[in-house]
Design a protein around this ligand. Structure first.
Ligand code: GCB
Ligand code: CA
Length: 879
């Protein structure tokens, strides 16, 4: 009888292990997001055993600035230290394993303590980092983590300044990674330590090259095998490779490179067919698998041409899409992976094929999703507005670039590495004595960063985003990157939007070999603001539409513009801003809560490949207007012709021109139902929208009830979405009607309102930011009777941008201006000095009961005594 010896069993086990390796997973990665104790404080608590009983309980992702950037009346937010503490209830075996903390992001400086000892630190708020905590852990269950995060302004850490809020905290996922003593080198700049390239790609064949390094923390040297298995997009094993490697012991790093892997008839990755291959890679010793990891990658080629733009897999593709920031109302930057992913879906659904991750590396969920759904990516490091002269700043900038490239190297979606945005933006504010040194230092840093990017990843292009400022050309910094991205705001901050294309044409002509993109173009808008005569910088939805219609046309008609990304996909938090919706940048195609602005539908009509039509008036469904005046209804579409119906009656067909058709319409009071209809290949497509309307008399005709609100000094109406009332655009008085007598409009970009009055004024800032100045008043030729007249005033701080806290003390000496307000000769304010009574930026609302007699209507008279008169809004209502 044959008996099986122990030795034979042992051999059998080894054979099973070799021939059926990936039986179970070796490495583990688990989040440790829940139940942290958190305290925002400057003082450093006791590092070992801190008393955290009264600390707040939070979950990660977390930021401490989610609330203080809300409209609390102040500019500014807590920039300081925050401490996170957690006991780990797991049992550790540091003698046979390695343990790592992998932070996806903590803004902006972090120190990590394990059981009272410092295990590591990280500089920079937007890249991941991994810390080996093995040697600080106790065996068994007694382990404590303390993490200090600091978002204090720091001259050594970019971004030094920027138009977005630097929310502090551990605002992305935190993972505990457990490996055996020999593992892929995850300490390599927060990456996986494995990098996949496809050096040769054609339709018959792709070659795959894999490089990386292995870390051996065992004392002994040993021979190891690396096994690579590549699976096709539909999960079939297509090729295998096994190679051996000698790894020295004693915490050493051994690089590896595997290059003889081929895939036949590869499925190429593109936005339309985002095929992803999967590499499963493992390390084995003679007996067992000791580490395993996977990498998803794509096979594609791409190139840019200075005249004909971008090519993917040999075919031209215009890159069209948007920029994106990473915040959400009242959550700051602490978003869930689902929130990140759903933003990308919004862009994809809009028809976009491109995203610029401005101005910093974003969550891994974003890159994974871009690969999966098919979006091409420009990613960049957070060097914005300016550099500092410090050595550490330079060093940190270089490390950030390496981190970004190594962490995201394997994503097929990424085509461009950016490393500076409008880096000479602050140049005009720099002290004359050091300005030249700054210019030079910026240039030197740009050269080094370019060099790093090209060495780290020669296959991708480098990009730099410039604003319209001569120093880029003068200094020659514009010659350093491979792609010049333009951030252009013609028709918003300067010039007219027609000048945009001309400006780029000149650049294209002047620098024939240069690749141009439009990294930013945009305008602000607020869905409450509407105008039939939009003007530059008025924040109306219509102004935003007109500008984007023109830009899209100019971009699409120029083949040399390789691509363009609108600024911005979504309104985002920018604490320093005092636009009509303060502390926000309102240039999104969507509001911060992701509600579309009507201009989004233009992009969808221009970029969608499937039949599309949309009544693009969803932001203006509650309207008021002068009776018998027509108001527009616009349809965006990619069909040839659209027919519009109002309450079932056809208003005629119109040809779609530049993705749009507009009907000028007489609205009925109250409900109006619109239907737009179009055909594509015999199929009918339609859209419905209801619009409420309130007609306001231009000339009075014995109406029983009058209620007119005027947005004084403004070309646009303002819809109070809480009180459901429209403040109409300002209007000159006509006999028998109403309006201003004289004066000029004035816009101030001021934060108006204080902490105390914020509940009543919140949201109305836009109404106060426009005023009529130098006017002698308003007339309303209403019939005799009782009326309530409401008057809105503010004394705005003259130097808006420099004024940090919004409000000054009410006890001000005054004397900015003095005027009288009389209604029908009755004095309301006499020798009124707003500044003296209320201080700067205090919104005043005054209701006055008035009796009109002898057919002389209501006359609100403003009489200047010193300086000019000012009024922000005026309303009259029958009592
Ligand atoms: C820019 C900047 C961006 C700003 C944008 C704006 O050019 O790159 O960070 O937010 O302009 O809205 O002014
Ligand atoms: Ca995440």
């Amino acid at each position: 009888m044959n008996t099986i010896s122990l030795k034979q069993i042992f051999l059998l086990v080894i054979l099973v292990c070799i021939y059926h390796p990936a039986i179970s997973q070796i490495r583990s990665k688990t989040s440790i997001n829940s139940l942290w104790r958190f305290q925002k404080q400057q003082a450093i608590p006791s590092i070992s055993n801190p008393n955290t009983s009264d600390w707040e309980i939070v979950n990660l992702p977390h930021t401490w600035n989610d609330k203080d950037v809300l409209d609390d009346g102040n500019r500014g937010y807590y920039r300081g230290k925050g401490f996170y503490f957690k006991k780990l209830h797991k049992s550790f075996t540091p003698q046979i394993k390695n343990y790592f903390l992998h932070f996806e992001g903590a803004n902006q400086y972090a120190e990590v303590y394990v059981n009272g000892q410092k295990a590591g630190e990280h500089i920079g708020g937007y890249s991941a980092f991994t810390i080996d905590i093995t040697s600080y852990l106790n065996k068994g269950k007694q382990n404590e983590l303390l993490v200090m995060v600091d978002n204090t302004h720091n001259v050594n850490i970019p971004p030094l300044s920027a138009d977005f809020t630097f929310f502090g905290g551990i605002y992305r996922d935190l993972f505990l990674i457990e490996t055996s003593k020999i593992h892929f080198n995850i300490l390599d700049h927060g990456s996986k330590g494995i990098f996949v390239d496809t050096p040769l790609v054609n339709s018959q064949k792709a070659s795959v090259a894999i490089k990386g390094s292995i870390r051996n923390t065992l004392k002994k040297q040993g021979e190891y095998t690396i096994q690579c298995k590549i699976y096709s997009p539909d999960g079939i094993l297509v090729t295998k490779n096994i190679s051996t490697l000698e790894c020295k012991g004693g915490d050493t790093i051994t690089p590896f490179r595997i290059s003889d892997i081929n895939i036949t008839n590869p499925l190429l990755w593109s936005p339309d067919s985002p095929h992803l291959y999967k590499l499963e890679i493992s390390i084995s010793n003679k007996e067992n698998i000791v580490d395993d990891e996977y990498i998803k990658f794509g096979i594609r080629t791409f190139s840019f041409d200075a005249d004909s733009g971008f090519f993917l897999n040999g075919k031209p593709l215009k890159l069209m899409g948007a920029n994106r920031h990473q915040d959400y109302p009242s959550m700051g930057n602490a978003l869930s992976d689902d929130q990140h992913r759903s933003d990308l879906k919004l862009l994809k659904d809009m028809g976009g094929n491109f995203i610029r991750l401005a101005h910093y590396p974003q969550d891994p969920a974003i890159l994974e999703e871009a690969d999966r759904i098919g979006l091409l990516v420009w990613e960049e490091t957070p060097l914005v507005n300016e550099v500092s002269l410090s050595k550490d700043h330079n060093k940190n900038s270089e490390v950030m670039l390496k981190e970004m490239i190594r962490q995201h190297y394997n994503h097929p979606s990424i085509i461009i590495w950016g490393y500076m945005n409008e880096i000479y933006w602050a140049h005009r504010f720099i002290d004359e004595k050091i300005v030249d040194r700054h210019t030079e230092a910026t240039l030197g840093l740009a050269r080094r960063l370019e060099n790093i990017a090209r060495t780290e990843d020669p296959k991708r292009y480098t990009g730099m985003a410039l604003h319209r400022y001569p120093l880029y050309e003068e200094s020659g910094i514009d010659k350093i990157p491979q792609i010049v991205g333009w951030n252009l705001y013609h028709g918003w901050y300067y010039d007219t939007y027609g000048d945009f294309g001309k400006y780029l044409d000149q650049q294209h002509e002047k620098y024939p070999g240069r690749i141009h993109m439009v990294s930013e173009f945009g305008a602000g808008s607020d869905p409450r603001f509407h105008s039939i005569k939009p003007e530059r910088f008025d924040f109306t939805i219509e102004g935003h539409k007109r500008m984007m219609e023109s830009y899209l046309k100019q971009i699409l008609e120029r083949p040399y513009i390789a691509g363009a990304s609108v600024w911005n996909l979504i309104d985002f938090s920018s604490e320093r801003r005092i636009d009509p919706n303060p502390h926000m940048n309102n240039k999104g195609l969507m509001s911060a809560d992701r509600t579309p602005k009507d201009v989004l539908f233009l992009f969808q009509a221009a970029l969608s490949k499937t039949p599309y039509l949309k009544i693009a008036e969803t932001n203006w469904t509650n309207r008021a207007g002068l009776k018998s005046n027509k108001l527009p209804v616009q349809v965006y579409s990619n069909l040839d012709e659209i027919e519009l119906f109002q309450d079932g009656i056809s208003l005629g067909r119109k040809k779609i021109n530049n993705h749009s058709a507009i009907w000028e319409i007489n609205f009925k009071d109250e409900q109006n139902q619109f239907k737009a209809e179009g055909y594509s290949e015999e199929k009918i497509f339609s859209d419905l929208l209801n619009i409420n309307y309130k007609g306001v008399p231009k000339i009075f005709n014995n109406e029983n009830h009058i209620d007119i609100s005027i947005n004084a000094g403004s070309n646009h109406s303002f819809y109070d979405d809480k009180g459901k009332n429209t403040w109409l655009a300002d209007k000159k008085y006509e006999k028998g009607g109403w309006g201003y007598l004289d004066g000029e409009p004035l816009y101030v970009s001021n934060k108006i309102g204080t902490k105390e009055d914020i509940l009543t004024i919140n949201g109305f800032i836009g109404l106060y930011q426009t005023m009529r100045k130098n006017t002698s008043g308003y007339r309303f030729d209403v019939k005799d009777g009782w009326y309530e007249v409401e008057l809105l005033f503010v004394e705005h701080y003259p130097k808006s941008r420099r004024f940090v806290d919004g409000v000054e003390s009410p006890k001000h000496n005054g004397q900015e201006r003095i005027f009288d307000v009389n209604i029908n000769k009755k004095s309301i304010f006499k020798n009124w000095d707003i500044l003296k009574d209320y201080g700067y930026n205090y919104p005043i609302k005054k209701k006055v009961q008035v009796k009109a007699t002898n057919n002389s209507g209501v006359y609100v008279q403003l009489k200047a005594i010193k300086g000019e008169t000012r009024i922000s809004g005026i309303r009259i209502r029958s009592l």
